[in-house]
Design a protein around this ligand. Structure first.
Ligand SMILES: [Zn+2]
Length: 338
C-alpha cells in the first residue's frame, strides 16, 4: 500500500494490466486499479515454472490474463506459477485466491502460494491486516501453501548458481515483508520496502520504524556485498528500474532521522499525527504512535542499532533479521556512513 498518486503515467487507462519486458525472462505487469495504487507485479520465466511476484488488487482476473497469451512469451501462457507475496496488503494479494483460495484446492496452474514466515499470525489474520476495509476494497481469502524462511533459496534453473531468488526478510512496512534478490539479472524485488517519490508508509497499524531501520541496514550491507553498482530495484509501486545505490540516500535520511537532524512536516493521516521526512528521492511517513514519544523511541532505536552494529553476536531474538550474519557483522566497527 502506498499513498495515492500514480507516477507511472501509463496513458492507457482502458487496459487493466499493462505488461512491459524488463529482461529476457523478466516482465512487469502494472495494474490500473480504482484505488490508484497501480501495483507492479513481476513475472519471471524459470525452467519448469514461472514466478509471479504479487497479485495486485483484483481489478480483473489476473490468472486468466496471464494464461491468455497477451504477454509475448508463450511460457507465461503455458507453465504453472509459483506465486510469492512481498507482503500482506490488499494491493499485493488481491488475486491470490485465484491461485490458492482459502480451504483449497489450488488452481492446476499454481505450484504454491508463498509468503514470508516473519510473522505468520499477521499474514494469516485475514482480512484485518491487509487493510482492504480501510479503503473500501474487498479481498477474497486465500491460503498460503508455502512459508519462506529468511535466506531461503528458490532455484529457477537447476544447476545455475545465479539463477536463483534469495529470500530476504525486510520487516518494517509490515512484519511479513520480504524482498527477493535475483543475482542472474541483478534485480532486487523490494515490494513496498522502498520506492521513490511517494511516501514509504511506516505509519500503518503494523508498521515498525525500529525494524525498518534494521532491515535497511542489513539489506544495504547484503547488496553491497553483491555487484552493488549494477543492482536495480524492482519496487512494488512507481519504479522498476531504481538504482540499488539509491538505498544509500535512503539510509542517509534514516540516519538523519535517528540523529534528530532531519526536518519534517507533521501530517494527520487516518486521524493520527505523523512525521513526513524527505530527501531528494524518498519520503518516509512515520507512525503517529512514534510521534508522541518520538524522542524516546529514536534514542531507543539508535542505541539498539548501535549495539547491533558493533556486536559480532546477533541477538537470538533477531533471527528474522539475520542474513549472512557472520559476514555482515565482521566489519561492525566501520563508520556509520555506509
Ligand atoms: Zn504495502
Amino acid at each position: 500500500m502506498k499513498r495515492k498518486h500514480s507516477r507511472l503515467g501509463l496513458g492507457m487507462p482502458e487496459l487493466v494490466f499493462v505488461p512491459t519486458q524488463l529482461q529476457k525472462n523478466v516482465w512487469r505487469v502494472v495494474e490500473n486499479d480504482r484505488f490508484m495504487e497501480n501495483p507492479i507485479m513481476y513475472i519471471i520465466a524459470a525452467t519448469k515454472f514461472n514466478v509471479l511476484i504479487d497479485t495486485g488488487v483484483n481489478t480483473s482476473n489476473l490468472l486468466e490474463y496471464l494464461l491468455s497469451g497477451d504477454i509475448e512469451d508463450e511460457r507465461f501462457a503455458t507453465m504453472p506459477y509459483l506465486v510469492i507475496n512481498t507482503h500482506n496488503h490488499f494491493d499485493h494479494i488481491g488475486g491470490n485466491y485465484l491461485f490458492s483460495p482459502k480451504g483449497g484446492p489450488k488452481h492446476e496452474k499454481c505450484v504454491d502460494l508463498c509468503a514470508g514466515d516473519g510473522d505468520t499470525d499477521y499474514t494469516t489474520n485475514f482480512p484485518e491486516t491487509c487493510l482492504s476495509a480501510a479503503v473500501g476494497a474487498h479481498s477474497n481469502p486465500y491460503e498460503v501453501t508455502r512459508w519462506l524462511e529468511n535466506g531461503e533459496i528458490i532455484q529457477l534453473v537447476p544447476g545455475e548458481h545465479n539463477e536463483i531468488l534469495k529470500v530476504l526478510h525486510i520487516p518494517g512496512h509490515t512484519p511479513d515483508s520480504i524482498g527477493l534478490y535475483y543475482p542472474g539479472a541483478n534485480l532486487f524485488f523490494s515490494g513496498d520496502f522502498v520506492y521513490p517519490f511517494s511516501s514509504i508508509l511506516l505509519n500503518l497499524p503494523h508498521s515498525n520504524f525500529n525494524h525498518y531501520v534494521e532491515s535497511l541496514y542489513l539489506l544495504l550491507q547484503y547488496l553491497k556485498a553483491q555487484v552493488f553498482e549494477r543492482i536495480r530495484l524492482c519496487c512494488g509501486h512507481s519504479d522498476s528500474n531504481l538504482p540499488g545505490s539509491d538505498l544509500v540516500e535512503l539510509w542517509a535520511l534514516v540516519e538523519n532521522i535517528m540523529q534528530k537532524t532531519a526536518e519534517y512536516k507533521t501530517k494527520m493521516v487516518f486521524g493520527m499525527p505523523c512525521h513526513l521526512y524527505s530527501s531528494d528521492k524518498f519520503e518516509l511517513l512515520i507512525n503517529g504512535a512514534f510521534v508522541k514519544n518520538i524522542e524516546k523511541l529514536l534514542i531507543k532505536v539508535a542505541s539498539k542499532f548501535e549495539k547491533r552494529r558493533l556486536s559480532s553476536n546477533v541477538p537470538p531474538n533477531c533471527k528474522q533479521l539475520q542474513y549472512d550474519a557472520g559476514a555482515l557483522y565482521k566489519n561492525g566497527n566501520e563508520s556509520k556512513g555506509i
